[in-house]
Design a protein around this ligand. Structure first.
Ligand SMILES: NC(=O)c1ccc[n+]([C@@H]2O[C@H](COP(=O)([O-])OP(=O)(O)OC[C@H]3O[C@@H](n4cnc5c(N)ncnc54)[C@H](O)[C@@H]3O)[C@@H](O)[C@H]2O)c1
Length: 337
């Protein structure tokens, strides 16, 4: 059994708890939150702490710590946990500054611990199918991709906690919401060469952007078009990802990029298209993404290998988003090293 602990008993921790409890080979040992009230929501039989160091010292049998605190704190807590020689699963975005992501990867390596980043949408059945087609070069030469996030986060959402919508602890629509889709776009299309963008804060009273538009050029020469907003009236409308190549067009859509809308790929006949769409329609989410991440960490430890979504993977969308924000601020095309 691999023993897990969680830091931060907020909204997303509930998914981590469910995932650990459902995952094969995983056991939830302890939860830490600096707000004692939040710990009342911890499951029975799980030890609770308001002090992280105390939790780690008292429970030498904790193998993995899941970091579920506001994003601006991920880097600081990763360092503390890595130095105590525990493996880490950190929520997205991995960090809000590039130097923090670099440091997190460095500190994990130096202390010989594994670092996984929670990008659970990679495990969605429709996305897995698309990745397989792209990896097998079924699209031929890629022309472009499109990542669209048209969601609603109303003012009450931002007002529920002081860290939301801040530059220091949260980031805007790109860092908090669109990062899932941007991670998928990078995973399919490969690294980015440059980006040109504009962002705005139109409808919410927050420090960060609530709407963004960007065009990226991938190192392959293909383009990517990004639209992201939390301003959509009156509720979430769409999260979609499209890829277009010389021999194929595919669009994964739905409110959370989980259904196949278009699947026109050379060599795939109508009957196969119909059955693929039907298969996804019948099980649009598959096993929860958080459970995949937990089970993968269990196996990564047992097999002494890297997790599927590594700290290097987690750094790529952070770097893209920071470059988009830099371009929006300077009005210039930003090149990514
Ligand atoms: N993967 C996903 O789909 C997904 C979805 C939602 C949120 N998230 C991410 O999860 C993180 C947390 O989001 P949330 O919505 O659960 O926030 P939240 O505000 O509901 O919960 C955060 C918790 O962390 C606690 N906390 C703050 N500082 C702490 C510290 N130093 N030590 C221990 N506990 C501390 C707070 O008291 C709070 O209970 C964010 O990084 C967010 O981006 C990911």
């Amino acid at each position: 059994m691999i023993n897990f602990a969680i830091i931060g008993m907020g909204h997303i921790a509930k998914k981590h708890i469910e995932a650990i409890q459902s995952a094969e080979g995983a056991n939830l040992t302890a939860i830490c939150d600096t707000n004692e009230d939040r710990l009342k929501e911890a499951p029975e039989n799980v030890k609770t702490y308001t002090d992280l160091e105390e939790m780690l010292i008292e429970n030498e049998d904790i193998h993995v710590v899941n970091i579920c605190v506001p994003s601006g704190l991920h880097a600081k807590l990763t360092k503390i946990v890595a130095e105590k020689k525990r493996h880490i699963i950190v929520e997205k975005p991995m960090s809000l500054k590039l130097e923090d992501s670099v440091e997190m990867n460095k500190v994990a390596k130096e202390n010989g611990v594994k670092l996984a980043v929670v990008h659970p949408n990679r495990f969605r059945p429709a996305i897995q199918k698309l990745k397989e087609q792209v990896a097998n070069e079924k699209f031929g030469v890629m022309s472009h991709a499109n990542a669209t996030v048209r969601w609603n986060r109303n003012q009450a959402y931002y007002d529920q906690a002081p860290w939301r919508g801040t530059k220091e602890f949260d980031g805007g629509v790109l860092m908090n919401q669109a990062i899932h889709n941007l991670d998928l776009m990078l995973w399919l299309m490969g690294p980015v060469e440059s980006v040109q963008a504009m962002v705005a804060t139109r409808l919410r009273k927050i420090e960060t952007e609530d709407v963004a538009g960007a065009i990226v050029k991938f190192k392959s020469g293909a383009l990517g078009i990004i639209e992201a907003a939390t301003t959509i009236y009156p509720k979430n409308l769409e999260e979609s990802l499209s890829v277009f190549g010389e021999k194929g067009s595919a669009k994964i859509s739905g409110r959370t990029a989980n259904l196949i809308e278009t699947w026109d790929i050379e060599g795939i006949n109508e009957e196969e298209v119909r059955s693929t769409k039907e298969e996804i329609q019948n099980d649009p989410f598959g096993k929860p993404g958080h459970q995949w991440i937990i089970e993968d960490m269990v196996k990564a430890i047992q097999e002494n290998r890297e997790p599927i979504v590594t700290g290097e993977d987690g750094m790529a969308p952070v770097q893209l988003i920071l470059s988009i924000l830099e371009s929006a601020e300077t009005g210039k095309e930003v090149f990514i090293k």
